[in-house]
Write a protein that binds this ligand. Structure first.
Ligand code: ATP
Length: 308
């Protein structure tokens, strides 16, 4: 066995700078085109190997302090560990500690990120030697966003979200997150989108082209902001008006873009500098005292993630 028995991995949140639902397939799946961006708001995922795999504990255990997340096979981190145990007949138990900072069911891919972190950790701890491509193929079995969560950085995601093309890193932008206390089912959001007459189709190619431009960082950020949009907004706004209100409030507070992430309900605002972001955070807290409000930043691709 590899000498290392425990590894702690940062599991970052993502936002969708752009999200276009391109079409619905016969089987009910949707083809999407998205520009993904990693943030520096992270959960910490600690994974340890345990010798007594056949002991009283199950092969996988999860502890998630301060959270009501399920700690059985309903947890994506659990399923990630189980997948590798089954594929490689791993003879150890796998103990996982999730320190959650990313809000759950928020459109920030917290669960997918945790699954990606567990795949990376077990690959390292058990010296499985899985390549980034092999890890991503396994990630896809767990969820459409998991391959991106393995890759991280700025990327174009197509297909069901698993076909990835890296884009040049966005400069260290200031991103304010605001999540209202409402729960949106992703399945419901897709079904509702199918019924929408006036579908919104953001210009994903325009956004990607803009990110590829060789402009000054701040200029590139501001220009990219003008392309940020999400097909789900016209579906979510009528049902959950608070999401639209948050978007409008952020724009009034000086965001260069304010868009819902994923199928919501989190709204992110891109701010031109720290000062305006902090000021907006204070005001958002005041206007929406029950909301989750967090100041964060675009997270550049890390050296260790570069091949992931
Ligand atoms: P996405 O942006 O990929 O749609 P999300 O941010 O909307 O994801 P998650 O936070 O990943 O949503 O949670 C979605 C569901 O997954 C929740 O109902 C939650 O109970 C479940 N889940 C399973 N495992 C986890 C985990 N480790 N962390 C968070 N949620 C998890």
């Amino acid at each position: 066995m590899n000498a290392k028995k425990t590894v702690a991995i940062q599991s970052p949140a993502k936002i969708n700078l752009g999200l276009d639902i391109a079409e619905r397939l016969e089987d009910g799946y949707h083809i999407v085109r998205m520009v993904m961006q990693t943030l520096d708001l992270c959960d910490t995922v600690t994974v340890s190997l345990r010798e007594d795999a056949d002991g009283t504990k199950g092969p996988v255990t999860i502890v998630c302090p301060g959270s009501r997340l399920p700690v059985d096979a309903r947890n994506l981190a659990y399923r990630a560990a189980q997948l590798l145990i089954d594929d490689f007949d791993i003879g150890y138990g796998i103990d996982i500690v999730l320190r959650k900072r990313i809000p759950v069911a928020a459109g920030l891919a917290g669960g997918s990120g945790n699954a990606a972190a567990v795949l990376k950790a077990v690959n390292e701890l058990c010296a499985l030697g899985l390549s980034p491509q092999e890890l991503r193929a396994r990630g896809k079995k767990l969820g459409a966003d998991v391959p991106y969560c393995l890759m991280q950085g700025t990327a174009l995601a197509e297909g069901i979200g698993e076909q990835l093309t890296p884009l040049p890193d966005l400069t260290k932008g200031c991103v304010l997150l605001c999540k209202p206390m409402v729960r949106v089912s992703t399945r419901w959001a897709y079904e509702a989108w199918d019924e929408v007459k006036d579908q919104l189709h953001p210009d994903i190619d325009g956004l990607a082209a803009c990110l590829r431009e060789d402009a000054a960082p701040q200029e590139r950020l501001i220009k990219a902001a003008s392309y940020c949009a999400n097909s789900f907004e016209p579906v979510i706004f009528p049902r959950f008006p608070i999401v639209r209100q948050m978007k409008e409030t952020m724009l009034k507070l000086g965001a260069v873009a304010a868009v819902m992430s994923g199928s919501g309900p989190t709204v992110f605002g891109i701010f031109p500098d720290e000062e305006r972001m902090s000021d907006a955070a204070v005001r958002m807290h005041r206007v929406y005292p029950n909301a989750f409000v967090a100041e964060t930043h675009v997270r550049q691709k890390q050296k260790q993630d570069r091949d992931g």
